[in-house]
Design a protein around this ligand. Structure first.
Ligand code: ZN
Length: 92
């Protein structure tokens, strides 16, 4: 039985529609992966597709806590690399 749970970003702690979040999964083998398709088996955690959220999660080690497994800094850097740079505010 599966309950639909809200998807909460581990960075900003806000709930967002799933498609706006990146799913990170800890596989049954204990690997930490970015789950692009959103259907990999394992324990999942979510973070917004925003660099600030990834950075916040990194600062608080939030993914490791959500996944109950160590998450290397390198992994966060991989996540950051997947997010395109957004224009900062209103550029005239
Ligand atoms: Zn967020």
């Amino acid at each position: 039985m599966k309950r639909a749970r809200p998807r909460t970003c581990t960075g900003c702690r806000e709930e967002s529609p799933k498609r706006e979040l990146i799913r990170v999964v800890r596989t049954p083998e204990g690997e930490i992966l970015v789950d692009a398709a959103g259907r990999h088996p394992g324990r999942g955690a979510y973070v917004c597709r925003k660099k600030e959220c990834v950075l916040e999660a990194m600062k608080r080690n939030a993914l490791a806590r959500a996944l109950r497994a160590p998450v290397e800094r390198k992994f966060y850097e991989t996540l950051l690399g997947m997010i395109p740079d957004e224009p900062e505010g209103d550029i005239p």
